[in-house]
Design a binder for this molecule. Structure first.
Ligand code: NAD
Ligand code: IPM
Ligand code: MN
Length: 354
């Protein structure tokens, strides 16, 4: 099975973590029927400095012709906010990647790293955020003037329906018993439309409990009782914010993965973190968010649930032996980005070989 993978390394720690994601894909191709062709599709701040564009047409063409995109992170502190980052929105809008799937699972061995007391972790944390990825405040409708600025928060029925439906189907597929919707319907009109559609669709899934929580209260529930949540559907901006909060609960921003997905079409897989200028170039970034994004790619784009599961097990096994500095443990060896990737690749190799 040949798959063409576009690679956008990006800025800061992006190239460091993407290299470890590629290592995992190469391990998969060594021990399964998969064959991967990697094509570079540069984008981001460094590219903007050289060519004056953050997503060159050539890169976008390579991405459009591929089976999936593995993306690092973009953004540079010496550029104005958005100059590099808008490339991400061009990809999400341009490829109509309306689903942003963001699972956060606390590995048992990282309970000691979780900032919550044991009683608040309860049965554990295993939540998937299904974030709307093309509408809301990210539609980029607005203007910036000298003394005022505005952005339109626009949601359409079609936009709400397709993401909420995806959320329910995802919950069904994962054997979840509940879907939580997070909104701000007590103040925002788009949330009122969202909530109405959430229940219209929810009514068709009699085996799934539904609940609505306001975004502000949800932020406290997420640290008060994260074990209560399974599938959480939410809008674009809320999903951006709560997924970073949730990521720290599983150990580090560097642990969290994502898929920007349009089912059946070219989709983009990336860690949820940014270019991390404070640690970039030091070889210490945690590559697990990227490696788990490869897991999502195998599952969501290539329907290889078994390989996804092996990646998950390899990550967990590796975490028992060594850790990058952001999730370090007194009793375990502290590893560099490359060493962490190597260890996970060895674990994966052993299980795929068996
Ligand atoms: P960030 O996610 O880059 O970093 C926040 C904190 O998390 C930092 O302390 C960083 O060191 C830590 N962190 C991030 N990734 C890590 C990893 N893999 N391992 C260990 N620690 C990690 O957020 P920021 O500092 O607000 O943003 C930096 C730049 O990245 C900005 O330009 C921002 O716009 C951009 N950004 C890009 C993306 C993306 O490319 N998808 C996402 C978020 C932010
Ligand atoms: C993310 C990032 C992006 C977002 C930015 C960099 C455009 O924060 O992927 O979470 O806001 O969605
Ligand atoms: Mn974000």
């Amino acid at each position: 099975m040949k798959k063409i993978i576009a690679i956008t390394r990006g800025d800061g720690c992006g190239p460091e973590v993407v290299n470890e994601g590629i290592k995992i894909l190469k391990t998969i191709s060594e021990f399964t029927d998969y064959e991967f062709e990697f094509n570079d599709a540069p984008a981001g701040g460094e590219v903007w400095k050289k060519h004056g564009v953050n997503l060159p047409e050539k890169s976008f063409d390579i991405i459009k012709k591929s089976d999936a995109l593995l993306f690092g992170a973009i953004g540079l502190p010496d550029l104005k906010p958005g100059v590099a980052e808008s490339a991400i929105l061009k990809l999400r809008q341009g490829l109509d990647l309306f689903v942003n799937l963001r699972p956060v699972k606390l590995y048992n061995t990282l309970r000691e790293i979780c900032p919550l007391k044991d009683e608040f972790i309860g049965d554990g944390i295993d939540i998937t955020f299904v974030r709307e990825n093309t509408e809301g405040l990210y539609k980029n409708i607005g203007k910036l003037e000298e003394n005022s600025a505005e952005n339109l928060m626009l949601y359409t029925r079609k936009g709400c329906e397709r993401i909420i439906k995806f959320g329910f189907e995802y919950a069904k597929r994962m054997g979840h018993s509940k879907v939580t919707s997070v909104d701000k319907a007590n103040i925002l009109k788009p949330s009122q439309l969202w909530r109405k559609i959430f229940h219209e669709i929810g009514d068709n899934y009699s085996n799934l409990e539904t609940e609505d929580i306001y975004i502000d209260a949800f932020c406290q529930w997420l640290i008060r009782a994260p074990y209560k949540f399974q599938t959480v559907v939410t809008g674009n901006m809320f999903g951006d914010i709560i997924s970073d909060e949730a990521a720290f609960l599983i150990g580090s921003l560097g642990m969290a993965s994502s898929g920007n997905i349009h089912p059946g079409k070219v989709s983009m897989y990336e860690p949820i973190h940014g270019s991390a200028p404070d640690i970039a170039g030091k070889g210490i970034a945690n590559p697990i968010g990227t490696i788990l994004s490869v897991k999502l790619m195998m599952e969501e784009s290539f329907n290889s649930l078994d390989i996804g599961n092996e990646i998950d097990k390899a990550v967990e096994a590796a975490l028992h032996e060594g850790r990058t500095v952001d999730i370090k443990s007194k009793n375990l060896k502290t590893l560099s980005t490359i060493e962490m990737g190597d260890l996970i690749a060895i674990k994966l190799k052993n299980s795929l070989k068996a």
